[in-house]
Design a protein around this ligand. Structure first.
Ligand code: SAM
Length: 222
């Protein structure tokens, strides 16, 4: 049987903001790899463990939990260690979840780990699914009933670092027939059309002209 790894976004801490897809993957897996900042591999300093405990109670299920020491030092050897634990776990179990706070796309460990897994075990990488979640800032916006962007405005995510950094840009709300040559040239563009609806199409470049309103472009940072 193929081994399956799920990178599960847990959302912003309110278990009612967990997606159904995330819940199903947690219920259907055999073990959950749980990040913890405790160097003794306990769950004392694990925020994700608290969320998992609440989910076990609310939805009446249980899974083996594997601590993954994540010191947040941004060191390759730490990510390698975390990948080693995930791979060891997959020797024992066929379906494993790794969990992360908020959404995996936003400053999470998930993609450091996937970069290593892609090189080390391509078939596991191909069998891995990332499950999207509610971000901390979507939740914050909802809590105070203030939009992040509307009409003629945009929103930016700015990490508080003292250096210039590359940025991902998301272009949305194109008019039908929009000529994309006005967008920057870049090798990191993707076009997403009708995502999750009929005629869904994901193109790993900038399409020339838009034919659907439900089109968004992401120029991923590189
Ligand atoms: C490593 S990033 C993870 C972001 C997360 N993946 C997301 O989708 O929001 C951690 C930062 O997200 C913000 N954050 C995450 N959860 C939060 C919360 N519950 N309350 C306030 N800020 C939060 C804080 O700025 C924190 O320093």
């Amino acid at each position: 049987m193929d081994k399956k790894l799920y990178m599960v976004s847990l959302g912003p801490g309110d278990i009612d903001l967990l997606t159904i897809k995330a819940l199903e993957s947690l219920k259907n897996c055999e073990a959950i790899c749980v990040p913890t900042k405790s160097s003794d591999h306990s769950f004392k300093k694990s925020m994700t463990k608290k969320i998992i405990d609440k989910l076990f109670v609310k939805y009446n299920f249980n899974k083996d939990l594997i601590p993954v020491y994540t010191p947040m030092h941004f060191k390759k050897e730490d990510w390698q260690y975390q990948v080693d634990i995930i791979q060891d776990t997959l020797k024992k179990y066929n379906k494993v979840c790794f969990i992360t706070l908020g959404d995996a796309a936003v400053y999470s460990t998930v993609y450091y780990l996937l970069d290593i897994i892609k090189v080390q075990d391509k078939s596991l990488y191909d069998n891995c699914e990332v499950i999207a979640g509610v971000t901390s800032f979507s939740n914050a916006s909802a809590r105070v009933k203030k939009p992040l962007c509307m009409g003629d405005s945009k929103f930016e995510i700015i990490p508080l670092l003292d250096k210039d950094i590359p940025s991902t840009k998301i272009y949305m709300r194109p008019k039908i027939g929009f000529d994309t040559s006005v967008l920057p040239s870049s090798n990191s563009f993707y076009t997403f059309e009708n995502l999750n609806y009929d005629f869904e199409k994901i193109t790993p470049k900038k399409i020339e002209k838009t034919t659907k309103y439900m089109t968004l472009f992401i120029d991923f940072y590189s």
